[in-house]
Ligand binder design. Sequence first.
Ligand SMILES: Cc1cc2nc3c(=O)[nH]c(=O)nc-3n(C[C@H](O)[C@H](O)[C@H](O)COP(=O)(O)OP(=O)(O)OC[C@H]3O[C@@H](n4cnc5c(N)ncnc54)[C@H](O)[C@@H]3O)c2cc1C
Length: 727
Amino acid sequence: MKKAVTWALVLSLCLALTCVPAMAEGTYTPGTYTGTGAGHENGLSVTVTVDENSITEVKVDVSNETPLIGGLAGEELEAQILAAQGAEIDGVSGATETSGGVKRALADALAQAMGGAEAGEKTAVSDGSFKGTAPGFGLTGQMTCEVSFEGGKITDIQVVEETDSLTGEWFANAEELLIPRLIENQSLEVDAITGATASSNGIKNSVARAIDAAGGVADEWYTPIEKSDKTVVIEGYDVIVVGLGGSGVLSYCAAADQGASVFGIEAAGKIGGNSVCTYGPMALNSEYLKNLFNNGEDYINPDEVYDVWIDYVESEDKADIISEAVYSSGKTLDYYVENFGFEFEGRGLLGSFVVPSWDKEWCVYSADPETGWNILGPNKTFQFLRAMDLAMAKNEKNDYMTELTGEKLLFDDAGKVVGVQARYYDGTTYEIYGDTVILATGGFLGSNEMMMEVYGSCINAMGDTVNDGTGIRMGQSAGGATYMLHTLPMVHISQVANLIRTDDLTADQKAVLSALALTTDMPMVTTGGEVWGNTNQSGTEDDAVSVEIVFAPDFMYYNIYTQADIDSIRESGLSEAQAAATSFFLSQGGALPAAGTPVSDIDEILKVGAEFKDVLIADSIEDLAAQIGCDAAVLGETLGGVETTYYAVPCTSWSYGTVGGLDVDINMNVLREDGSPIENLFAVGQDSEGVCNIDGKAYTPWGGQAQSWTFVSGKIAGTAAAAYAMD
Ligand SMILES: Cc1cc2nc3c(=O)[nH]c(=O)nc-3n(C[C@H](O)[C@H](O)[C@H](O)COP(=O)(O)OP(=O)(O)OC[C@H]3O[C@@H](n4cnc5c(N)ncnc54)[C@H](O)[C@@H]3O)c2cc1C
């Protein structure tokens, strides 16, 4: 547990260190200390090594903030901290939230090095209401909170402006859960709501600015929150489901339907996971859809789907599972419609992202009639909540908890899985015991460490970063093997490396920056300095493959502009291709000028872009190679050796999630390396979707298959786990 510490004291100490680098003797206990903090995302840390009087080494980890090129801001901040010998640093332009988080993490680490300090008075804040603005998750605007103070305390927080709810209902979850906790604890150190980190940190950072506006010092309000050290034991369940996104809820329902007692563990503040942002699952010849839209007639030939699928994965090793995924998809959808109230609308056109000729029609979730639907502004959580209510009613013991994070499997002396250890947001440890465990934690997109292990590179996340590989690690801890773990992450969206969520550029200027990243008419260069292009890496015969970028080394490439190109844009405008280059799903709301219209503010756009690491500006090939981190000779050859000022604009992949996971059999039983099943352990959804895929290729290329797998694998696992437990 962290010792109580006055942030004002620590920061003023840091200030003193800035002015007088040689501190009074014995300020620190020599050693290495790590402080943690939050910027835009959680998980930022600063590790300092100190001797008695000074910081001798510092390591800033901000990789969660900007996974692809976050290291750049980190290095700059490290240099500043060493020079300042404390937290009085300028920070990095374009990274206000990150810089603030780093200062607080440093203060935390130094406080530990000083053995803690007693809590002190906060600088007074005026009574009244004050506003603060900071970026949240919203793509098209910042968040503003109005904070009321009375007698030095926060009495009310109202979010008065936000665009977060346009892109997801997680915002409502953050608002509902976080604000009462901030007021109750009178501290900004309250944890972000899991699953709604960016919105939560947007609220906290807005409140911090309101505190400053009220005359206070926000850094003093990060007072430690006491965590519970209690352990609660829950016993006697037939089935425990870890993760209540799509596949977890669907597993839960199927198990409950068999009469099993089921306990669900969900880390986020609400259930649904990524599965509430989908367009809809593939469902072949579902009776429900046939009757709704096709006069009761079949609408697709499943044999054709099966054949294409087997061709794509180049193996019949998992033919039984693929067969199930094809031939049961319609029936499974019908089962959940009939028994758990799911609703789907229309056979919306959801073609293939890899094989455009696979332009088949599946279905879409029906939306809340009042709010309509959009792919990132989901209003489908109600479907999952309704299904859970129906499932809970099937056995009075059935229960589930949100904000409870599964951490590890529990084993008996013989090595058999007997339950799950989990942690509640308040710190309480839960030991939940049951006969079977279903892992449904949605893959490993949220773990930069695992991404590096598997792909040697991180990726920008558009899907849930709560999904950090815990389920896969749990399976491995029981001896489970993985299958096609190197299937490429789900990507069909490209954008700039760092979305600029502040007002440093207008929406229209952001659109131009985005077009410079997305256009396909400029020389494209890999992170290795080699030529990249729309060369159809996916190995299909079709052009215009929308997942192409996922095949690029490090999931990104640079569009390269010379000074002459930029001059031309300033004077003669964007090319036709550039003026048509907009981001699919990640648009920030601006409009591009028509081709040929001079872009007089291009230099400002590039300057701000450079601050946010969305543009690298170099005055020679050597300089550009150093910034990209590639061999100058290789890059020189790629660029034809022309010496000029270069502008490299990274075009990066934004991923929904990972695909490869644990190896499973037809019952969704996790398999050991030798192929034998771990009989009471199951894996579903993205924790086992490798069985439908192949290493080194994009995920199965027809729209809706990923979501379809949550239905098919969930139904199978829930039924099988219940049968095993109740046998
Ligand atoms: C924006 C978007 C659009 C998409 N559109 C489509 C589409 O149209 N069609 C399609 O087929 N697929 C689509 N996908 C992919 C699809 O959503 C996923 O393949 C599918 O939802 C995966 O389901 P899942 O149950 O494995 O993961 P999720 O639904 O993400 O569920 C995982 C759950 O586990 C929880 N969790 C994680 N770790 C823990 C832990 N340690 N303890 C407890 N709980 C934990 C998470 O909070 C989450 O609730 C889309 C994805 C995104 C992000």
